[in-house]
Design a protein around this ligand. Structure first.
Ligand code: 4AZ
Length: 840
């Protein structure tokens, strides 16, 4: 099995708010000079004016983004640093309350004020300049605020970083020389800054100075672990001794989900300037995916901004010093036959401003194969075709962004891998393995894909793209039971005319057209054209009604039926965040199918993370431990398979024989797990133990569940919900890791499987599937549910951002066998029974 999990990570998108034109009410000319009318008008105008003055002058303006909107205008803040040439560094400068800090900060603030006040354009909007810190160098950290009145908002585009940098550079040269201390400044930087982060460190309010040592120390957000206050503006300056870096690890992190309201931002500087931002994060992170960053030098700045009214617990963070990363301390020569290497400090975010180079050198005559098992170097505003910021470069090509898999082979016995991170934004980086291989026999006993990976020989020309680059499906001589595509590939005969373009060039679907006045159903059969969209299902699979714009009120099998019985003819209308029914019943009961934790997107192997599948339940039978899976559909009801309960032993159908465990990932760990007994087991009355038809059961819990980060219901699809063939979905469970194994898995497993076309499903199961079943998996085998997964969910992610349960693990011929996919109970077919039985 191979897999990649989904995350919903939000990035704080800088918000640029411009003032809207205020409505001007047209003044009505009165020709009559009725004095009372005029007086009344004056009174009304005075009242409106008084209200507007109150509203704009006293009511708190909402701020956000680098240009923040106050009702009275806009605020522009630039921050950065000044490197001073002729000033001796004094440790006392680190204490913002010391006279030394005060004297130098005052001088620099004056120089900056003079710079801006002498500029004819900027003087008009200049408000203040503040020095917030000093570090060795001597480096002074500053910010400057400009306030632009509503009447002048059109000047906003002129406030560019280039303009401020240029004015600051020339101004501080001139005014520095004239200053008391004759301060010489050799470098200036200034970048856009969110005004909410412009803080005066001398004011000390929610401001801390921390010293990193080799002993791990901690700090936390105000109010942690209960809740942080609304409208917080907090800053932590962390320093370490010279020639050290700082490692910062958030052991707990729970900030509001919308990053434009509340977020934590971290800078590789003591100024919050965007050019040195390491990252900005919000949301909730599980213990398995802590946020960890590393500075490039001995300073780090952490900001907490909270604007929402939904206050969360906040964070606790640990910090300590570590050796500084240099090009010498990362990279190097790798000469083993095989090995592993990773970006600096992985799984922590790599440090900014660092270059490393690895050279892999293997025996002469051999070649090098490198496989990146995890790769994430994502940065806002970066085109992954160019990778102009952080990247890995191999054989003249730059890689950045997020890659699910990347394998590369060298043309010689050496391979150079260069890593580059610039000053701003870092990420988790990568882990890679390498090995030497003999180019004459790159994959002993296996087939060598062009991408450099090896696959089993019998996967060649089997109709499946096992290599990922199609190289195993090229130059094939088709067998009797295979169809020869025009492009040289071979596909199983029963894939022809199944309405899926399996060849890639449509040649398997070209010859299948029906007569002129006919419509071809999804399963290839032909029906008269005039039955299409007649609100009756004529094709076995209903495809004749699947994409009809039926006039409202006319219902077909493919319509979503609203509570008031009206119909919406839209595919998968329920819980898609758009109210389609006039009574909005398609968007009610939609607190489902989300994963409260922000999860790590890149996870190797098949172990699930804690909270990744919060609807998954483990069912324990008597003293025998985990026996079946189930899913949470409400705080009182679970969904499972009837065959777990309807066995020859009556004990299986007794509620008292079962215990349910929700919020579990590891069968040996109880923390955060909710155990419930069962009140009732309702197996479907039509369940057939011979054919496994109607293999569905509903379990009522003895006590309701309390939802949490790790316990949350899945969304149930409406009967009209479509899960098309080829859709990638996920099956989860503690079932055995291979066919015939005796023991269930200790850790929850996950596997990505694809929905299989019903015709193909019927062929490979030799007609054993009914309309209450669906197939999912890979006909090439290798990925599947297995014993002990029964009753567990098959879930598919919808674009609306929610997970819907399409199937219940039911049966299959063995596990992960070739041409024997997993068979699942089709939830859409039994959705109405679930509602009538449970009310859910
Ligand atoms: C089982 O015995 C079982 N490969 C579940 C799923 C599958 C096979 C067996 C599908 O619970």
């Amino acid at each position: 099995m191979y897999s990649a999990a989904y995350t919903n990570e939000n990035h704080h998108a800088e918000r640029v708010d411009f003032l809207t034109n205020r409505d001007k009410s047209p003044s009505k000319k009165r020709t009559t000079g009725v004095v009372i009318g005029v007086l009344l008008g004056v009174l009304v105008l005075a009242a409106v004016a008084a209200f507007l003055i109150w509203f704009f002058a006293f009511k708190d303006a909402t701020e956000g983004g680098r240009i923040s909107k106050r009702r009275a205008g806009a605020v522009q803040v630039f921050s950065g640093h000044l490197t001073l040439e002729n000033v001796e560094y004094d440790q006392k400068l680190e204490d913002t309350l010391s006279p030394e800090f005060g004297a130098l900060a005052d001088d620099l603030e004056e120089i900056m004020a003079a710079t801006y006040k002498k500029d004819p354009f900027l003087a008009e909007y200049y408000t203040k300049s503040v020095i917030t810190a000093f570090s060795e160098g001597v480096v002074a950290y500053h910010w400057t605020q400009f306030d632009i009145p509503p009447s002048d908002l059109e000047v906003l585009p002129e406030f560019t970083e280039e303009l401020i940098q240029e004015k600051l550079w020339t101004g501080v040269q001139e005014h520095g020389r004239k200053s008391r201390q004759n301060i010489q400044i050799k470098e200036v930087t200034a970048s856009y800054t969110d005004p909410r982060m412009a803080r005066n460190s001398r004011a000390q309010e929610c401001f801390s100075r921390l010293e990193a040592t080799d002993v791990v120390q901690a700090f936390h957000s105000p109010g942690f672990p209960v809740k942080y206050p609304a409208k917080s503006r907090c800053q932590w300056q962390i320093r370490a001794p010279e020639n050290h870096a700082i490692s910062l690890r958030f052991t707990q992190f729970h900030v509001e989900d919308d990053c434009s309201n509340d977020f934590v931002s971290i800078y590789d500087s003591l100024s919050p300037d965007s050019s040195q931002a390491i990252t900005e994060k919000c949301g909730q992170r599980p213990p398995s995916n802590p946020l960890q960053v590393v500075s490039s030098s001995n300073i780090l700045l952490v900001n907490l901004i909270t604007d929402s009214s939904t206050q969360r617990p906040g964070f606790r963070a640990e910090y300590s010093l570590i050796p500084i990363s240099t090009p010498k301390s990362c990279g190097g020569l790798l000469t083993n036959v095989q090995g592993e290497f990773s970006s600096p400090h992985h799984p922590s975010f790599y440090p900014p401003a660092l270059d490393c180079k690895w050279t892999i050198q293997v025996a002469a005559g051999q070649k090098v194969r490198v496989k990146f098992n995890m790769f994430r170097m994502k940065e806002p505003g970066v085109d992954v075709r160019e990778c102009h910021k952080d990247y890995v470069e191999v054989m003249g090509r730059k890689y950045c962004g997020e890659l699910s898999s990347l394998s590369l082979t060298s043309p010689t016995n050496t391979m150079d891998i260069s890593f580059h991170s610039d000053e701003s934004y870092t990420d988790k980086g990568f882990i890679a393995t390498y090995n030497a291989f003999n180019p004459k026999d790159p994959c002993p006993g296996l087939f060598a894909c062009a991408v450099g990976i090896c696959i089993a020989k019998d996967l060649k020309c089997d109709g499946w793209n096992d290599c990922g680059d199609m190289s195993d499906e090229m130059d094939c001589k088709c067998e009797k039971e295979q169809f020869a595509c025009d492009n040289g590939m071979c596909k199983p005969n029963y894939w022809v005319c199944d309405r899926v373009n399996d060849c890639g060039d449509d040649s398997d679907e070209k010859q299948c057209s029906c007569g002129d006045n006919e419509w071809r159903c999804g399963d290839g059969t032909c029906v008269p054209q005039d039955v299409v969209c007649d609100t009756r299902k004529d094709c076995e699979d209903g495809s004749d009604e699947a994409s009809c714009k039926v006039s409202p009120g006319i219902c077909s099998d493919y319509s979503f039926t609203c509570k008031d019985k009206s119909c919406v003819n839209k595919v998968n209308a329920e819980c898609d965040r758009v109210a389609d029914c006039s009574d909005e019943s398609d968007e009610t009961n939609c607190d489902c199918g989300i994963r409260p934790y922000k999860l790590n997107r890149i996870v190797g192997g098949q172990n699930a993370e804690l909270g990744e599948w919060p609807w998954q339940v483990s069912l324990h039978f008597k003293t025998r431990g985990h026996t079946c899976g189930a899913s949470i559909i409400s705080d009182r009801w679970l969904l499972s398979a009837a065959h777990c309960f309807k066995t020859i032993s009556p004990e299986n159908h007794m509620a008292s024989s079962w215990q349910t465990y929700s919020g579990m990932q590891d069968q040996t760990k109880q923390a955060g797990v909710e155990r419930r007994g069962l009140k009732t087991i309702v197996s479907h009355p039509d369940y057939n133990p011979m054919s496994y038809d109607y293999d569905i059961a509903l379990l009522e819990l003895s006590e309701p569940l309390t939802f949490s980060n790790t316990i949350h219901p899945v969304c149930l699809p409406a009967p009209s919900h479509v899960f098309p063939a080829g859709l990638p979905c996920w099956v989860t469970g503690w079932g055995t890791l291979r066919e015939g194994a005796m023991r269930a898995s200790r850790l929850l497993q996950k596997a990505e499987v694809k929905i299989i076309n019903d015709t193909v499903c019927n062929v490979v199961t030799e007609g054993q599937v009914t309309s209450r079943m669906l197939c999912s998996g890979f006909l090439s085998g290798g990925v599947d549910a297995c014993q002990g997964d029964s009753g567990g969910p098959l879930v598919c992610f919808e674009e609306s951002g929610k997970w819907f349960q399409s199937g219940i693990v039911s049966w299959g011929e063995g596990c992960a066998r070739r041409n024997k996919p997993g068979v699942y109970t089709r939830v859409t077919k039994l959705r109405d029974w679930i509602r009538t039985t449970t009310g859910v």
